[in-house]
Design a protein around this ligand. Structure first.
Ligand code: ARG
Length: 473
C-alpha cells in the first residue's frame, strides 16, 4: 500500500512495485503544478462516480453519504486553501485521493473502482474548457460591445478605406469597426460549435476498454452537463481533438486580436493621427517625456504568437500517437491553460482600450477623399454613361497622373483641363466627387452606405446580446 504521510508519494500502483520511483522520474512525471486547477472538476466527476457506484450496489447508503460528505469537505478545503498539493503529489488525481483518504479513510479507496486516471483526466479537461469557453465568450462580448459602441459614435465619420495600406475608397469608420466585430462574432460561433463536439463524456471508459462493473456512463454524462457519453471507450481516453480544436479557435481569435491591435497602433501613430489612446490604456517612456505608447495593442498583437505556438506544439504532440492513452497526452494541458489565461488577460484590456479611445473625426474625414480615393466613383459614372470600364479606368488613370503632376485634387481640375484629358470628362462628372455621395452610392448588401451600416449595426447588436446570453446561461 502506498504511504500516506505529507511529503511522501502516494503511488496508485504501489502493489506491483518493489522500489519507489527514482527522483529524476518523479520530477519528470509530476504535473500537479499545472493540473491542480482541474481539482474542482475532478471533484465534480468523483461525486457523480460515487452516485453511480451506489446505484450499482457497490456502495451502500451509508458509504455513499460519507464519501459525498468527504468530497464536499475536500472541495471546501481546496477553495479555502486549507488543502494544497504537497511535494509528493504527482498530479491532481493523486493529490485529491490523498485528501479523500485523509477524510474518509479506506472508504476513499472504493472510489477508484471502475475508473482510471485516463478517463478522469479527459473528463476533467473537457469540463474545465467548456466552462472557460463561456468565460471567454463573455469577455469577447464585452469587446464586441466596445467596438459597436464606437461604431455607433462614428456612423457618419468617413475615413479612407485602405487596401495595401494605400487609400482605396472612402468608407464609414463604423463599417471598419464592425468588420472587426464580424471576425469576433465568428470566433464566438466557432466556440459554440466546438462546445457541441466537446459535450461528450469520457467517464466510464476506464483505462481504455470500459468496465465489467454495472456503471452507467450515460447517467454520469448527464449529471456532468454533457450531451452524451463517448460511444467508444478507446477513443474516449485517447481523443484530444477537443483540446486541439480549442487551441485553434483561441489562435484564430488571437490573430483577430492582433489585427485589431495593429490597426490601433497605426491609428494612434503621429502619421495617421486618427486616435488618441486614453491614459489608462497607454504607457509612457522612461527617457522620452513626450511618448504615449500603445502597449495594450502591441501585447495583443504579440500574444497571438504564443497562441499559435500552443496549437502547433499540441498538434505535434498528438501526431503519430498510437491508441490509446500515452503519457505524452499529459502535455495537452499547458497549451490549453495558457490559451485560456492569455485570452482572459488580453480581452478585458482590449475592451477597455477600445471603449475609451478617442477618435479625431475631423482629421479622419479630411483624409477620406485624399489620395484620389474617389477615382473609382468617377470611372463608375463613366460606365453608367456607356463607356466600357476598361476605357473608363484608363481615362481616370490619366486624370490622376495629371493631378499628381499639377498637385491638384480630382475636384480641383478646370473644365478645360478635364476635357483635355478626355472628352468623356464633361464638367458634370464633378457631381460624384464628394465623399458623402460616394458613401451613399455604395448601397449594395454589405456595402458602406449609411443605410447599410445602420442595418448591420442593428444585426450585430442583436448577435452580441445573444452571445452574452448563451455564455451566461
Ligand atoms: N497526469 C496524467 C495526464 O495528465 C493523468 C493520467 C495518467 N494516466 C496514466 N496512465 N499514467 O495525462
Amino acid at each position: 500500500m502506498a504511504e500516506n504521510e505529507a511529503g511522501s508519494a502516494i503511488r496508485l500502483w504501489g502493489g506491483r512495485f518493489e522500489s519507489g520511483p527514482a527522483e529524476a522520474l518523479a520530477r519528470l512525471s509530476v504535473s500537479v503544478q499545472f493540473d491542480w486547477r482541474l481539482a474542482p472538476y475532478d471533484l465534480l466527476a468523483s461525486a457523480a462516480h460515487a452516485r453511480v457506484l451506489h446505484k450499482a450496489g457497490l456502495l451502500n447508503d451509508m458509504e455513499v453519504a460519507r464519501l459525498l460528505a468527504a468530497i464536499d469537505d475536500l472541495g471546501q478545503a481546496c477553495r479555502s486553501g486549507g488543502f494544497r498539493p504537497t511535494a509528493g503529489d504527482e498530479d491532481v488525481h493523486t493529490a485529491l485521493e490523498r485528501g479523500l483518504l485523509e477524510r474518509a479513510g479506506s472508504l476513499g479507496g472504493k472510489l477508484r473502482a471502475g475508473r482510471s486516471r485516463n478517463d478522469q483526466i479527459a473528463t476533467d479537461l473537457r469540463l474545465y474548457l467548456r466552462g472557460h469557453a463561456r468565460l471567454i465568450i463573455l469577455r469577447l462580448a464585452e469587446l464586441e460591445t466596445a467596438l459597436t459602441g464606437q461604431a455607433e459614435r462614428h456612423l457618419t465619420t468617413p475615413v479612407p478605406g485602405l487596401t495595401h495600406l494605400q487609400h482605396a475608397q472612402p468608407v464609414l469608420f463604423a463599417h471598419q469597426l464592425l468588420a472587426h466585430v464580424q471576425a469576433f462574432a465568428r470566433d464566438v460561433g466557432r466556440l459554440r460549435d466546438w462546445d457541441k463536439r466537446a459535450a461528450v463524456s469520457p467517464l466510464g471508459a476506464g483505462a481504455l476498454a470500459g468496465s465489467s462493473l454495472p456503471l452507467e456512463p450515460e447517467t454520469v454524462a448527464a449529471e456532468l452537463g454533457f450531451d452524451s457519453a463517448a460511444p467508444n471507450s478507446m477513443d474516449a481516453v485517447s481523443d484530444r481533438d477537443f483540446a486541439a480544436e480549442f487551441c485553434f479557435t483561441a489562435a484564430l481569435l488571437g490573430v483577430h486580436l492582433s489585427r485589431l491591435g495593429e490597426e490601433v497602433v497605426l491609428w494612434s501613430s503621429h502619421e495617421f493621427g486618427w486616435a488618441e489612446i486614453d491614459d489608462a490604456y497607454a504607457t509612457g517612456s522612461s527617457i522620452m517625456p513626450q511618448k504615449k505608447n500603445p502597449d495594450v495593442a502591441e501585447l495583443a498583437r504579440g500574444k497571438a504568437g504564443r497562441l499559435i505556438g500552443g496549437l502547433t506544439g499540441l498538434l505535434t504532440t498528438l501526431k503519430g500517437l498510437p491508441l490509446t492513452y500515452n503519457r505524452d497526452l499529459q502535455e495537452d494541458k499547458e497549451p490549453v491553460f495558457d490559451a485560456v489565461d492569455t485570452l482572459l488577460l488580453v480581452l478585458p484590456a482590449m475592451a477597455g482600450l477600445i471603449s475609451t479611445i478617442r477618435f479625431n473625426s475631423e482629421r479622419m474625414a479630411r483624409s477620406a477623399a485624399a489620395g484620389y480615393s474617389l477615382a473609382t466613383d468617377l470611372a463608375e459614372l463613366l460606365v453608367r454613361r456607356g463607356v466600357p470600364f476598361r476605357e473608363a479606368h484608363e481615362v481616370v488613370g490619366h486624370l490622376v497622373v495629371w493631378c499628381q503632376v499639377h498637385e491638384r485634387e480630382l475636384d480641383e481640375v478646370s473644365d478645360e483641363d478635364l476635357a483635355r484629358v478626355s472628352p468623356h470628362l464633361t464638367p458634370d462628372v464633378r457631381e460624384v466627387l464628394t465623399v458623402q455621395g460616394a458613401l451613399a452610392a455604395r448601397n449594395t448588401f454589405g456595402g458602406t452606405s449609411p443605410a447599410r451600416v445602420a442595418e448591420q449595426l442593428a444585426a450585430v447588436r442583436a448577435a452580441v446580446d445573444e452571445h452574452a446570453a448563451w455564455a451566461a446561461d
